[in-house]
Design a protein around this ligand. Structure first.
Ligand SMILES: Cc1ncc(C[n+]2csc(CCOP(=O)(O)OP(=O)(O)O)c2C)c(N)n1
Length: 337
């Protein structure tokens, strides 16, 4: 595949991720999402798209709580993803995981984890199993800059380097951990330097150009496949609040305006036009197809049935044990004894 067609592919993927999350946001406003927390990656699509395309079939990954884009980039079906976020029966985990806990082993998604840094060590297990079985796959842990302060990352990087595992640690540095700017959370921002000191191959991606990001990430991924684990930091900007209801009052309007101007999708669109790869009309047509795809996914999620009361407990508790009784039944039992 030529570089030119790669940019078209990457643009389409970023646009699909953005549109998917815009519809998820709509789903939330309409009261169709399960639970109150929803973390969008609008503005950060360059990370999911470049990494998602640079990984190969059968490679696996874990994500943090902001992982919709990564799952979509790895082949997640927007219909079943949206149904999961809505807590419906047709969701990837029958609606029992929701936005923050989607997983699908068939697509190599080893789980999303809401504990900051919690998904990182899983890739050590996956990497070890690939090495042990001589399988040509890698496993990637996706996490935010907040996880750079978690000890488990350093234990995992050390083991990956020591055992020469096919593992990659990908830090999506969106500049914030909830309301705390990264400058106020770390003494030294040289994340790659930290990883290098453990013996990892590193790259620090600061561009808005998704194509460049892809070509910088690819060799790190392929080196990992050959037993040299890697660390990739991708800088971007979280356009909106930490979660859907966060109005990010801790940020200056001026900063947000500047951050939102640095949009990887707008950058890719301009590059496509300037390099005469696509016309404005062709991009408009592509965007329309994507918009229709995500409308269908949203309607699918809304129409998907809820689980029955009995189904809700399945796969959550040990299936061989009796189901827990309701709190009301337990209180009545005490009162009547
Ligand atoms: C161990 C742990 N500490 C604190 C929290 C609360 N918490 C949830 S998200 C978050 C910020 C994480 O920031 P980052 O890792 O940069 O990811 P981002 O939300 O920016 O994508 C925090 C502190 C948590 N879930 N787990």
């Amino acid at each position: 595949m030529t570089n030119n067609s790669k940019l078209v592919e990457l643009y389409i993927l970023m646009k699909r991720i953005r549109t998917f999350e815009e519809r998820v946001s709509e789903l939330f406003i309409k009261g169709h999402t399960a639970g109150s927390m929803l973390h969008l990656s609008i503005g950060e699509e360059i990370a999911a798209a470049s990494m998602g395309k640079a990984m190969l079939k059968n490679d696996s990954f874990t994500t943090h709580h902001r992982g919709h884009g990564i799952f979509l980039a790895r082949g997640g079906d927007p219909k079943y993803m949206m149904a999961e976020i809505a807590g419906k029966k047709d969701g990837y985990c029958k609606g029992k995981g929701g936005s923050m806990h989607i997983a699908d082993m068939k697509l190599g998604h080893l789980g999303s984890n809401a504990i900051v840094g919690g998904g990182i060590p899983t890739v050590i297990g996956a990497g070890l199993s690939y090495k042990y079985q001589s399988l040509p796959y890698i496993s990637v842990a996706f996490f935010g800059d907040g996880a750079m302060q978690q000890g488990i990352l350093y234990e995992s990087m050390n083991m990956a380097a020591l055992w020469k595992l096919p593992a990659v640690f990908c830090c999506i540095n969106n500049q914030y951990g909830m309301g705390t700017k990264v400058d106020r959370a770390v003494g030294l921002k040289d994340f790659s330097g930290r990883a290098k000191s453990f013996g990892l191959n590193t790259v620090h991606i600061t561009t808005l150009d998704v194509e460049k990001a892809y070509f910088k990430a690819k060799p790190i991924i392929e080196d990992a496949r050959n037993g040299k684990p890697g660390f990739i930091e991708i800088e971007c900007y979280r356009f909106y609040g930490h979660a859907r209801m966060d109005k990010s009052l801790y940020r200056q309007e001026k900063e947000e305006k500047k951050g939102r101007k640095e949009d990887p999708i707008t950058f890719a669109k301009n590059k496509l036009i300037n390099n005469k790869l696509l016309t404005i009309q062709q991009i408009y047509q592509l965007d329309l197809v994507i918009s229709n795809e995500m409308d269908k996914a949203m309607n699918f999620a809304i129409k998907s049935p809820l689980n029955s009361n009995r189904e809700i407990f399945k796969d959550v508790f040990d299936n061989d044990k009796p189901l827990p009784t309701s709190i009301k039944a337990r209180i009545n039992k005490i009162l009547n004894s």
